[in-house]
Design a protein around this ligand. Structure first.
Ligand code: 2AM
Ligand code: CA
Ligand code: CA
Ligand code: CA
Length: 267
């Protein structure tokens, strides 16, 4: 992919992300069909499905040789990341979408031969677009995001966690997580993995630790966080497998190593 092709891919993806967001906003107050998936709290709506269909159609029409990996099953059965793959979460934070009508995002990551090239995280109700191209910096709307500070002590960090950590869990060394919670300045839980990644890229949160995320939860976020010098790994520091689900530690570099080495032992 040359620079011009990359720019045109980026421009099309951006247009579709904004168009999908606009569509969601106009339909926001219409009644929703809500179903559940793996458990009663795992929600999906027609809007998740329609938005993913919208992306799959646009991508297939313009880029028949690209692959689509999406949460709701309208993409392809992706077995490898050879060539160009669009990794799409049509609505990240569906529970927020349903209950709060805000605090959800469209997340689109474009990978080439396994490397994250382009990322979009669109906070639909705030009309705020986080975007990045590899080696060209990350932006919040028109504002270039500065490189993350490299010397934040853990005592002054804010970390994103969810309630998984407050209940007993066989896999988790609660001791480590509890020590970490006592050590840091504060914790947050936003309910959208994509937005938590965006906040790390923006430098308003220092780490995000979570149990089990899928490729579409993290694809765009990885591109953004890398562009500002942050690190994304499995919770114990091992490299991510972009075709699988896994725990995640996304963080500015200053505390990434300390957290993965001294506080977390699970995969
Ligand atoms: P989703 O809204 O696209 O499903 C919630 O803390 C975050 O975890 C959201 O980003 C949510 O994405 C993600 N998540 C991943 N797997 C989930 C599951 N099985 N149930 C609920 N949220 C899940
Ligand atoms: Ca979901
Ligand atoms: Ca998601
Ligand atoms: Ca989703």
């Amino acid at each position: 992919m040359n620079e011009q092709q990359k720019q045109s891919l980026y421009d099309n993806a951006k247009r579709w992300v904004l168009e999908a967001g606009e569509h969601i906003r106009t339909k926001m107050h219409q009644p929703l069909v809500i179903e559940t998936k793996s458990n009663p709290d795992d929600l999906v709506t027609e809007m998740d499905q329609d938005t993913e269909k919208f992306f799959a159609e646009k991508i297939r029409e313009s880029y028949p040789d690209h692959k689509v990996l999406g949460e709701e099953g309208f993409g392809d059965d992706v077995k490898d990341l050879d060539g160009v793959t669009w990794i799409v979460d049509p609505i990240d934070g569906t529970m927020n979408f349903v209950h709060q009508k805000q605090n959800f995002a469209i997340s689109v990551g474009i990978f080439k031969d396994g490397i994250g090239e382009i990322g979009f995280i669109y906070d639909v109700m705030k009309d705020c677009l986080y975007h990045a191209k590899r080696n060209e910096g990350a932006y919040k709307n028109d504002q270039l995001l500065p490189a993350l500070a490299n010397s934040i002590p853990l005592e002054e960090a804010i970390i994103g966690l969810n309630s998984t950590w407050a209940v007993p869990n066989k896999k988790v060394d609660e001791n480590g997580i509890h020590r970490l919670i006592r050590k840091v300045r504060g914790t947050r839980s936003y309910g959208s993995a994509a937005l938590e990644f965006a906040y790390i890229a923006e430098g308003i949160m220092d780490s995000y630790i979570t149990m089990r995320l899928a490729p579409w939860d993290i694809a765009a976020g990885i591109v953004l966080v890398h562009e500002v010098g942050g690190k994304v790994t499995k919770a114990n520091g091992e490299p991510i497998n972009m075709l699988d689900k896994q725990s995640i530690l996304a963080s500015n570099a200053s505390i990434h190593k300390e957290i993965s080495m001294n506080y977390i032992s699970f995969k």
